[in-house]
Design a protein around this ligand. Structure first.
Ligand code: HEM
Length: 180
């Protein structure tokens, strides 16, 4: 996992719970290098799991809720890298084009990023159905990133998601519905 995700997680943690909480979870997680990350480095996903698990223990908030909040924060921070891509756009167009965005813009900045992929299953004016494929169990984070994108574009949406065990093609099915 890219160090950018770790450094973004640290900022999020500090913003919401303060610097002492961040020090506490770094200690609890018992990380190599005392939890020092650079945004361009690549680190084992297990280290992120250890940090999030420590935060769940210390805050007593459920993991899905924490991941979703972190996902919203990620979008808020990351949109600053390429703001023009997200200006005056339709949310469903942005979501339908996430793979191309990740491949063209994100891989330019982070060539070894291990990115998820999204496939549009169906789309009308009201509802977009997406399949999310990833080697990491981060559907709640993805829901937060989508909520963050919706908020950025001034849209209100409801998001539901459920895992689909489809032989070797396991994925998560997202339904994004615009609210009035
Ligand atoms: C609507 C827009 C976006 C969506 C829905 C989205 C979704 C996601 C999700 C769900 C993940 C991580 C989970 C996984 O590995 O399965 C991810 C990873 C990532 N995304 Fe995006 N993203 C969006 C925009 C952006 C933007 C604007 C940036 C700009 C820097 C970005 C950069 C990254 C990076 C660096 C990773 C980490 C890859 C790694 O750990 O190797 N994404 N994205």
């Amino acid at each position: 996992m890219k160090g950018l995700v770790f450094t973004t997680f640290y900022s999020h943690c500090e913003e919401i719970w303060g610097p002492e909480m961040l020090d506490d979870i770094i200690e609890d997680a018992d990380l190599p290098n005392k939890g020092a990350y650079t945004s361009v480095g690549t680190y084992p996903f297990e280290e992120m799991v250890a940090l999030i698990t420590a935060l769940v223990r210390r805050t007593a908030q459920p993991m899905p809720q924490l991941l979703e909040g972190f996902g919203r924060f990620c979008f808020r921070k990351w949109v600053a890298y390429v703001p023009e891509h997200f200006e005056n756009k339709d949310l469903f167009d942005i979501l339908a084009g996430v793979n191309e965005f990740h491949e063209s813009e994100v891989l330019k900045l982070y060539p070894d990023a291990e990115l998820p992929s999204f496939k549009v299953e169906s789309r009308d004016d009201q509802t977009l159905v997406l399949r999310y494929f990833s080697c990491k169990p981060l559907a709640d984070l993805a829901a937060g990133v989508i909520q963050g994108a919706a908020a950025h574009l001034g849209e209100r949406v409801e998001i539901t998601h459920r895992p689909v065990a489809d032989g070797t093609n396991a994925h998560v099915r997202f339904e994004v519905t615009r609210l009035a």
